[in-house]
Design a protein around this ligand. Structure first.
Ligand SMILES: Nc1nc2c(c(=O)[nH]1)N[C@H]1C(S)=C(S)[C@@H](COP(=O)(O)O)O[C@H]1N2
Ligand SMILES: [Mo]
Length: 515
């Protein structure tokens, strides 16, 4: 009789431990996954950022004076401690009532989600992470506590279910410790580089981006934005986890068929006369009508200036750019040395490149698909020949050269939309990088082509918005768009998929006009 209270207390302690281990599992797993999909914004960094924004300046100063440069570490430790206290309580509650502790974990998830949503760099991947953390935490908590709560076979020590509890708790706790160590070292590096990036001041461009012409933005909701915000910019790369490069240690080597090899530091690059240009980059894997395309204002130094320092040999015809993670792209030397603004880019829409988009330096070449030009996390330029070197995608079924094909897209109404009868306003974008768009036309049900109103482009290197109002009879209609570039070349009608050198065909949508 006198022992009956003791096991109850013990069980509560173990339930509290289960809560802490479950929360740790969710957090560590989500922080690990963040390294692959969202290195610049994880759940913990979002929470930390939200706390920093929320505390009054007085408290901030006090924290800095107390912890000095370890203030961020102190904040994270404080957050972990706070979470552990709630998680322990959640474990005890879960033991008392099934799903009560899980409810607290769900609240964790919502708080994490709210923190992520307050961050400027919020992305879809970042939004999923706190929910994932809560989900994993709940699953582990339910499993652990159900084993702990399982009925015991008499007074003769722990039964099989209870033994299962201790095994699972021990195993999971060990996993959390190992994972936590990995996360601390690995994500700690990302946190350091995020901090370097955050405090970096980009130079004022010696040649600023030409102003956006009046009327370039047609102001039609749903049309691809004239300038794509960084968090919405498509991301394509072969990197399993996003490379984290410290700009203070970054070097770019120019090698190969050159008169003299050149090595550049980030400070060297920042001290050059930088220029800023809007350029629309696109992925060769973008199907007609797809969204693997975006327009940004890039700040950088012309690649041709660097190549001029190195002095390419007369027989060279290609530059093989290489990234820190071994990706390579083959860009015709000629495209990097003609008058177009091929850049060693350090800035994207007024901020340092996001980690996902190549921090600290990437290439941006107007007129070429990303796979042959837009190397992120750039570390080397090898001046060579197409006959001597192949880039990453060339032996994998993609063309060694990849000029962007002229294309156009209907953004509104959406394919399959129901629209009221009468005048239906269509709108979208069209691009023919480095040539420019001269004309956009629509046709309904394969009728005659009708010219759309074409807004001015920011430059020939960017996409253009267009719109056209059409009076449509009730019923189903097929709408197609076709662009013509400023040299008079029409977008090809033949439907071809993306391999080996980019899709062709007209973007075709269907709308249902109501009576
Ligand atoms: N290091 C590296 N750079 C890369 C790639 C890559 O896989 N690794 N992919 C390229 C491809 S295919 C495209 S379309 C663009 C995409 O750039 P973004 O992710 O900034 O939109 O990056 C290019 N640069
Ligand atoms: Mo791409």
């Amino acid at each position: 009789m006198n022992g009956s209270h003791e096991p109850g207390l013990h069980r509560r302690r173990w339930a509290a431990a289960a809560g802490v281990v479950a929360a740790g599992t969710g957090l560590v797993a989500s922080e690990l996954i963040a390294g692959f999909v969202s290195p610049s914004l994880s759940t913990m960094t979002a929470l930390g950022g939200a706390v920093i924004d929320a505390v009054p300046p007085g408290v901030k100063d006090w924290a800095v004076s107390l912890f000095g440069t370890a203030d961020k570490l102190a904040l994270l430790a404080g957050m972990a401690l706070g979470i552990a206290v709630f998680a322990a309580a959640a474990g005890v509650l879960e033991l008392r009532r099934r799903f009560a502790g899980a409810g607290i974990f769900a609240v964790f998830g919502v708080v994490g989600l709210a923190a992520v949503l307050t961050r400027a760099q919020v992305t879809a991947a970042a939004v999923v992470l706190p929910l994932l953390a809560a989900g994993i935490g709940i699953a582990v908590l339910l499993k652990l506590v159900s084993r702990l709560a399982a009925p015991q076979n008499g007074e003769a020590g722990p039964g099989p279910a209870r033994r299962g509890f201790f095994q699972l708790l021990g195993g999971t706790a060990a996993g959390v410790l190992v994972g936590g160590a990995v996360v601390t070292v690995w994500r700690g590096g990302a946190a350091g580089v995020n901090e370097v990036r955050r405090t970096l001041r980009l130079p004022v461009p010696q040649s600023p981006a030409p102003p956006i012409p009046a009327g370039a933005d047609i102001g039609l909701a749903g049309v691809g934005p004239l300038v794509t915000p960084n968090p919405d910019f498509y991301r394509i790369d072969t990197a399993l986890s996003v490379p984290v490069l410290d700009s203070r240690e970054w070097r770019l080597k120019v090698t190969g068929r050159v008169e003299r090899e050149v090595e550049l530091t980030f400070d060297d690059l920042m001290s050059k006369p930088l220029i800023e240009r809007h350029v629309t980059i696109a992925c060769v894997s973008n199907e007609v009508g797809g969204d693997l395309i975006g327009n940004a204002r890039w700040l950088g130094w012309p690649v041709r200036e660097l190549l001029a320092m190195a002095g390419p040999a007369p027989d060279a015809d290609m530059v093989l750019s290489r990234s820190a993670d071994g990706f390579t792209a083959s860009t015709p030397l000629e495209v990097l040395t003609d008058r177009r603004d091929a850049l060693l880019a350090v800035g994207m829409n007024g901020e340092p490149l996001p980690l996902e988009h190549g921090f600290p330096v990437r290439m941006i070449v107007p007129g070429l698909y990303g796979y042959v030009s837009a190397t992120k996390w750039l570390t080397q330029l090898k001046v060579t020949r197409f006959a001597d070197d192949v880039a990453y995608w060339t032996p994998r079924g993609w063309s060694e050269r990849g000029p962007i094909k002229i294309s156009s897209r209907v953004d509104v109404p959406r394919n399959g939309a129901s629209v009221p009868a009468g005048n239906v306003v269509f709108g979208g974008v069209a691009w023919a990088q480095h040539t420019g768009i001269g004309k956009v036309e629509l046709r309904v049900d394969r009728g005659s082509w009708q010219p759309a109103k074409l807004a001015p482009g920011i430059s020939v290197d960017t996409w253009y918005q267009w719109q056209l109002g059409l009076d449509l009879q009730p019923g189903q209609h097929e709408i197609q768009v076709r662009a013509t570039d400023l040299k008079g070349t029409e977008q090809a009608e033949e439907h071809r998929s993306v391999a080996p050198d980019g899709a062709t065909g007209f973007h075709t949508i269907r709308v249902d006009v109501k009576t």
